[in-house]
Design a protein around this ligand. Structure first.
Ligand SMILES: *Cc1c(COP(=O)(O)O)cnc(C)c1O
Length: 232
C-alpha cells in the first residue's frame, strides 16, 4: 500500500465524506443536510487550494493574521470563509469585512460591532451563536439561558443574518457521553428554531465525534485533523 496516497488531500476528503455519508445512511438522514466545514487553521494556503480544486469551498479559520494572509494569497478563488475562534472586540472590523460567516459570537457587544462594521458590499454576515453547552468556566460561548436574547439581537441587526448555533463540547471518547451532550445541544437548537424558524445551522461535530453529532441532528461538521492531518 502506498502511504502517501492514503494521506493526500483527495483521499482524506473522500474518507471524511464517506464517514458523513455512512452516518447519514445509518441514521436515515439525507447527506445534503450535513455540510462540511474544512478547518484549515495552521494549514498552508497550498492545501486549501488543493481542496478547492476538488470542489470544496467552505473553510474555517481561527487566527486572524494567518487567515488574512491565506485570503490574500487565494483571492482569485470563490471560497467561503468562516471565523470559528473567540472574537475580541478590537478584531471585529477585520472579521466583519473579510469573512462570510462568524460562528463564535457570544455577547451583545460583539453583535453590535459586527453589525456596525459589516460593509454594504458583500451582503449580510452569517452568524452562529456559540453556546458553552458544558458550562465550562474557562471556555467561550454564552450560557444556554442567554441564547434567546442574543439570537433576537442578531435577528434584529440589519447587516447580520442569524443562521443558528455552534458548540465545542469538552472532549469525550465515549459515544454515549458524546450523544448526551449533542442531544442537549439539539434541544437548544429546536427551541431556538421555534422562535426563529428561518435558522438552518446546528454547527457541531469535529474529527473525533462527527458521527454522534450527525446522529443527533448536526447540519455542519467542522473537521480539521481528519482532513489535513495533525497541526503543528
Ligand atoms: C480546530 C477546530 C475544529 C477542528 O477540530 P479537529 O478535531 O481537528 O477536527 C473544529 N471547530 C473549532 C471551533 C476548532 O477550533
Amino acid at each position: 500500500m502506498d502511504a502517501d496516497h492514503e494521506n493526500d488531500p483527495e483521499s482524506r476528503l473522500e474518507s471524511v465524506r464517506r464517514r458523513i455519508g455512512a452516518e447519514c445512511a445509518r441514521t436515515g438522514r439525507s447527506e445534503d443536510e450535513v455540510g462540511l466545514l474544512a478547518v484549515s487553521k495552521g494549514q498552508p494556503a497550498s492545501l486549501i487550494r488543493e481542496l478547492a480544486g476538488l470542489g470544496h469551498r467552505a473553510f474555517g479559520e481561527s487566527y486572524l493574521d494567518e487567515a488574512e494572509g491565506k485570503m490574500d494569497e487565494l483571492a482569485g478563488l470563490d471560497l467561503e470563509w468562516h471565523f470559528i475562534a473567540p472574537v475580541q472586540s478590537n478584531k471585529t472590523k477585520t472579521i466583519a469585512a473579510r469573512f462570510d460567516w462568524v460562528q463564535s459570537v457570544d455577547r451583545a457587544k460583539i453583535i453590535r460591532r459586527l453589525n456596525d462594521q459589516r460593509p454594504e458590499d458583500p451582503g449580510r454576515l452569517n452568524v452562529c451563536i456559540q453556546v458553552n453547552v458544558d458550562a465550562e468556566p474557562q471556555k467561550s460561548g454564552c450560557r444556554p439561558e442567554e441564547l434567546p436574547e442574543l439570537a433576537d439581537a442578531v435577528a434584529g441587526a440589519p447587516r447580520l443574518r442569524l443562521r443558528g448555533i455552534m458548540a465545542i463540547p469538552a472532549h469525550r471518547t465515549d459515544t454515549a457521553d458524546q450523544l448526551a451532550v449533542f442531544e442537549r445541544l439539539a434541544e437548544l437548537y429546536r427551541d431556538l428554531k421555534s422562535r426563529h424558524p428561518d435558522i438552518d445551522t446546528l454547527s457541531a461535530g469535529m474529527s473525533g465525534d462527527l458521527e454522534a453529532a450527525i446522529q443527533t441532528g448536526s447540519t455542519m461538521v467542522r473537521v480539521g485533523t481528519a482532513l489535513f492531518g495533525p497541526r503543528d
